[in-house]
Design a binder for this molecule. Structure first.
Ligand SMILES: [Zn+2]
Length: 110
């Protein structure tokens, strides 16, 4: 892993474009702090929850305006719940984009 001033341009570009949030040292520190605070217990408890958290997740997704490195916006999650929540956020992302061209409500919808 390359550290220090040998590749300053790469760091500058990463910050200018928004970091890759799973690979930065800041993100790893944030995730470790969130997992410690929640004692490695999954906070989501969705169906199929494994209880033992293995990752830190953003309470408010960064794509939805959440603070990426605020421990208060983090929660410990197990692999099962994290995958479930990520899929739901991806679905919401698609819904956000589709609002640019609204789909008329289905006539059978309540
Ligand atoms: Zn879980």
């Amino acid at each position: 892993m390359v550290r220090g001033p040998s590749r300053p341009g790469v760091v500058a570009v990463a910050w200018a474009r928004g970091w890759s949030r799973t690979s930065s040292a800041e993100h790893r520190r944030w995730a470790a702090a969130v997992l410690r605070r929640d004692r490695f217990v999954c906070q989501l408890r969705l169906d199929g929850c494994q209880r033992r958290a293995s990752a830190a997740d953003h309470v408010t997704a960064v794509a939805e305006g959440g603070e990426p490195l605020d421990v208060a916006n983090g929660q410990a999650v197990c692999a099962s719940c994290h995958g479930r929540k990520t899929r739901e956020e991806a679905a919401r992302g698609r819904a956000r984009r589709s609002r640019l061209r609204p789909v008329p409500p289905h006539p059978g919808a309540v």
